[in-house]
Design a protein around this ligand. Sequence first.
Ligand code: ATP
Ligand code: MG
Length: 656
Amino acid sequence: MSVTWALPFEKKINPKSNKLVSINTYKEIHSQSVKEYKQFWASVASELEWFKPWEKIIDDSNPPFYKWFVGGELNASYLTVDRHAKSWRKNKVAIIWEGEPVDQNGNPTEVKKLTYYDLFREVNRTAYLLREKYGLRKGDAVTIYLPMIPELPIFMLALARIGVVFSVVFSGFSADALATRIDDAQAKMLITADGGWRRGKVVPLKDIADKALEKVSTIKDVIVVRRVGNKVNMIEGRDKYYDEVMKDVPIDVYVEPERMKSEDPLYILYTSGTTGKPKGIVHDTGGYMTLLHATMRWVFDVRDDDIYWCTADIGWVTGHSYIVFGPLQEGVTEIMYEGALDWPQPDRWVSIIERYGITILYTSPTAIRSFMKYGDEWIKKHKVNTVRIMHSVGEPINPEAFEWFFKLVGREEIPFGSTWWMTETGGIMISHLPGLYLIPLKPGTNAMPILGVEADVVDENGNPTKPEERGYLVIKNPWPGMPLTIHRDPERYIKVYWSKFPGMFYAGDYAVRDSDGYFWILGRADEVIKVAGHRLGTYELESAIIEHPAVAESAVVGIPDPVKGEVPVAFIILKQGYTPSKELMDDILKTVRDKVGPIATLGGVYFVSKLPKTRSGKIMRRVVRAVITNQPVGDVTTLEDEASVDEVRKAYEEFK
Ligand code: ATP
Ligand code: MG
C-alpha cells in the first residue's frame, strides 16, 4: 500500500528568466559535469586568484579526508578584499550596515557604509594589531563572540589574512555554550563586544563572556569592541578595548597575506545543534572559496549593480558563506543588518528591502512563516519590486509559505528557490541556478543538485530509490567545500557522515525525488515517523497542516503507540486573529487526513504560542518529543527560549 503523495508535484511555475531550460537539458549538462567532476571543479577554481597553482586537483588517497587543489596557495582575505581594493571596485560600497535602533518614526538611526577600500584598510590594520601586538600566528585559534556589527567580518578577514583559524560563536549563545566552544577550539584569544542590540534591549555580551571565561583556561587575551557603551568589567592585563589598542596602528599599514595552502583550515564552526550535540566542522581554504565562487554566480547570479541581502546571522554557516566570504569575493554590495527582522514592527525587513532597493534576497522559512503570521498588510505597505531573485535556506519550505512569499514579494514571476545545504557542505548543494540554467519552479522543492555534485536518494541498503520513493539523502562524490574533519574528533567525522553508506556522504536528511527528478527534503532522517509500517517525513505532515488557513507554523513528532508503532502529534501556532478551539482542532485533523491520507491521522493537536527552536530559528522536534515522552532533552545549548519547552509540556498535559 502506498501513501498518496501530498505535495503539489505537478505544479510547475515558469518564472521570467532568460536562463530557463528544460529539465532534460539541465540533466544532460549536470551529468556531464559530474562524470568529470575533478576537471569540472578545477575549471571553476581556476577563476580564483591563486598565489601558486595547485599540483593535484584532489588528493583522495585517504578517504574520507579529501584534500582539494593540493599544492595550491591562496588567501581568503586577499580574495575578498585586496583584489577589489586594487581594482575599479576600490570605491564601491562593500557593506551597507544598518543598526537596529530606530527613531520615533521607525527610521534607523545608524547606517554605515564601507567601501572595498575601507574594508581593505580596516582588515589590514586589524591584522597588524593581531599579528604585531598580540603575536598571533598561523596555527593559533581565536574565538569571536560579536553581534552583527562591521567589526565581525573585519576580524574574520583579518584573522584569515594572517592564517589564524577562527571560530565564530553566535552572539545569542549563553556562557556555557560559549565556554564549550572556546574549549573545543582551544582558542588563545576572545574577541567580543560590550554588548549588542536585540529587540531594543542590550544583550550584555561582555558579562556573558566573563562567565564563560571562568570556565576555560586557554584564553590569554580579550579584545572588546564598544558597541552599546554600557559599563563592563575589564580585567587588567587581559581585557582591552578595540578602539584603544587600535589607536597606535597607523592608517596605512599593509600586512602581507599569509600564503595558505589550499587545504589549510580557514575556520571551525559548530552546527546548529538541532539534532544533538553540535559538531565543530573544520573548513579548508581553497575548496571552500571555490564552492562559494560557483554558487554566488549560479544560485544568486550576482552582478555589479546588485544590492544583495542575506538575512542570516554571521554566527551561522549561512552568514559565513553568504554574508562574508561568498559575496565579498564576488565584489558585491550587500546589506548587513544588526537586529531582529520584525523589530520594532513586523515590517522592519520589508522596509530594508525598500530603503536600499534590494535585488537579491536570501532568507529562511522560519522568517517567512513569521511574516505570514503577521499578515499581508505589512508587506503591501512597501515597494518590493526591486527584488529579482530570492532563495530560502535552513529548513524545508512548506508549499503554503512558498506560495505566499512568491506572490507577495516574488510577484509570481521571479526565481525563488529553497537551497539545500548544511554547515558541513560549506555551501549550497541542491538548488535552482537562476544565474546559469534555470528549470521550472515547484512550490517547496529544492530542485536539483548543482553542477559537479552528485546527490542521490538511497534506501536502507544504499541503493538508489525509484522516483517518488522516499529514502536518505547522500552525496556521492567529493566536492570542494567539504569538511576537512570534525575538530579534534576525526572518528566522529567518519562515524556520522561516512559510515552508514560506504563511500557516500550521509547528510542525515530524509528525502524523495519526484518523477521529474526534483529533490525534496522531507525532514531529518531520525525524525521520520513510522506509522503502521509507513514512513512519513515531518515536512509532509507539517506542510499539510500549514495549508489550514488558521495555522502559521507547526511541529510534528511521532510518539509511541501500542498498535501503530508511532502516531504523529502536532504542536501548532495559530495566525494572528485565531483562537484555539475544539472545532479548529477537528478541522485541522480533517485537513491533514484529506491531504495526506488516513495514515496521517494525527494522534493529537496542541496549540502553543511558541515552539522550541534553535537560535537560528529551526524547529527542535527532538526537544518536543523528549518533553512529551518524558525523556531527557539532551543538549539544549542552542535552544532559543526555554519558555517554549514549558509551553509544549503544559499544552500536552492539559489536553492529554
Ligand atoms: P545539527 O547538525 O547540530 O543537528 P543542523 O543540522 O540544524 O544542526 P545546520 O548545518 O545549520 O545544522 O543545518 C543543516 C540542515 O538544515 C540540513 O541537514 C537540513 O536538514 C536543513 N536544511 C537546510 N536547508 C534546507 C532546505 N533548503 N530545505 C530543507 N532542509 C534544509
Ligand atoms: Mg546537521
